[in-house]
Write a protein that binds this ligand. Structure first.
Ligand SMILES: [Zn+2]
Length: 182
């Protein structure tokens, strides 16, 4: 990846993470970020309107529709998105930027159920367009094409194959690896 692409992709992902964090705050904490002035205010759940001090107003239903069903809810990957949004702007070295992007895209939604770690969908399914099958194939290709990111593909495939749902989404080369190990 050349520098320009790293910077462009990195900031696009940053913007997407910010959106996810804002939507999650709106959903979980009734905290609304005004798209006009950036102020954060607490939604009055008794009324249907969202109103910011700057004059921006929208019906809650209309606001909800802007993100509903668009994978803007952080769910079990909140720390993944908030960590990237916190750290990426501080990175100046392109190599560190690329590693941060790679790590972000290769994280999973994780949930501890009693003592069992349940591996959910890739965090990337919130970040890039495409269905889960396409996202899995994209991630596998991304990590295999970049020699600077040696190890990330192996780690990603290992986690991927631990997920219950991964059997429905065979990764061609990953399955070869698995067959070779067996
Ligand atoms: Zn405002």
């Amino acid at each position: 990846m050349d520098l320009e692409i790293i910077v462009r992709v990195g900031w696009a992902l940053y913007t997407r993470c910010e959106t996810i964090l804002q939507v999650t705050a709106a959903h979980d904490e009734v905290k609304i970020t005004c798209p006009t002035c950036g102020a954060v205010f607490v939604r009055n759940v008794e009324i249907d309107m969202l109103s910011c001090v700057c004059g921006w107003e929208v019906a809650w239903e209309a606001y909800h529709r802007t993100y509903h069903g668009r994978q803007h809810y952080a769910a079990n990957a909140f720390d993944v998105f908030s960590g990237y949004a916190r750290d990426f702007p501080k990175l100046s070295d392109p190599q560190f930027k690329m590693v941060a992007i790679d790590q972000l895209l290769h994280k999973f939604h994780l949930q501890l159920k009693e003592t069992t770690l349940v591996i959910g969908r890739p965090a990337a399914s919130n970040l890039i367009k495409g269905n889960l099958r396409e996202v899995c194939a994209f991630l596998d290709a991304l990590s295999s094409e970049n020699p600077d990111l040696a190890g990330s593909q192996t780690a990603w495939r290992e986690t991927f194959h631990r997920a219950d749902w991964s059997e429905n989404f065979p990764i061609h080369s990953g399955d070869e690896n698995r067959r070779n190990r067996n």
